[in-house]
Design a protein around this ligand. Structure first.
Ligand code: FES
Length: 108
């Protein structure tokens, strides 16, 4: 099993993630407390991120939340993506819009 560094660019946080866990799981396991959890199945969109660098494996995602154009530009759902290298990403989903909750969730 391999571990990689995942960097949340907008919060300047780096955490370790292993390739067998999707990014949302890894956030929860790395004391990024209570990252926005929804369906954990690619169907609610709360965990939307934009990956700017790195390799990853992705499972199917609802087109309701990730259009083909977005997918081509690096947008994915964190609960459907597994790291294959070090990755840099920004959080796009629900939590980014709720500044008051950022401290509660441990992002700042
Ligand atoms: S938790 Fe629902 S899409 Fe990721």
């Amino acid at each position: 099993m391999k571990n990689f560094n995942l960097t949340m660019k907008d919060y300047e946080k780096v955490f370790l993630a292993d390739e067998s866990k999707h990014i949302l799981d890894s956030m929860n396991l790395n004391s990024i407390n209570k990252a926005p959890n929804g369906c954990y199945g690619g169907g609610c969109g709360v965990c939307k991120i934009k990956i700017s660098s790195g390799e990853f494996k992705k499972l199917s995602m609802s087109r309701k939340y990730i259009s083909k154009e977005e997918e081509d530009a690096g947008f994915v759902l964190a609960c459907r993506v597994f790291p294959k290298s070090n990755i840099e990403f920004e959080f796009i989903g629900k939590i980014k819009c709720k500044t008051n909750k950022e401290k509660k969730y441990g992002f700042v």
